[in-house]
Design a protein around this ligand. Sequence first.
Ligand code: CA2
Length: 151
Amino acid sequence: MKTALILNGPNLNLLGTREPAVYGSATLADVEKLCAQACAEHGLALDFRQSNHEGELVGWIHEAGRAQAAGTLAGLIFNAGAYTHTSVALHDAVKGTGVTLIELHISNVFAREAFRHHSFLSPAARAVMCGFGVQGYALAIAGLAQMTAAG
Ligand code: CA2
C-alpha cells in the first residue's frame, strides 16, 4: 500500500479557532480524521504533518522525494499556507526532488487579496485544488489515488 503525504504549512495549526468565515470551523485534527477516512477509502496509507518552519517543510519534501523514488509514496498533497506566496525554497525542493505535488488551499485564493494570487508552487505542481473548504483534502486524495492507479 502506498502512502499519501499531506503537509500543512504555517498557522494551519490554528484552523477552527479563528476566521471561520474563510476557513470553516473544522480543526486540523478534524482534517486529519477526514484525510484518514479518504485514504482508507482509496487504499492509501496516510502520513499527515504540520509545521510553522520553512526549513522543516523543505526537509520533509526531500524525504518525500526519496520515498517516491523508492516506490512507497504515491505523492504529496501540500497546503503550504502563506509560504505558497513567498517561498522559492519550497518551489526548488519540489522541482529538485521530482515529487508529485498536489497544491491545496482551503479558500479560493483568487477571490481574496492580490498577494494570494501568485503561487511559487503552482508551476511545480501536477494539480492545484482550491476553494472547496476542508473537503478539498478528501478530493485531492481521490485525485492522487486516481493518478497513482493510472501510473
Ligand atoms: O486557503 C488556504 O488554505 C491558505 O493556504 C491558508 C493560508 C493562507 O495564507 C493562504 O493564502 C491560503 C493561511 C493559513 C492560516 O490559517 C488560519 C486558520 C485559522 C486562523 C488563522 C489562520
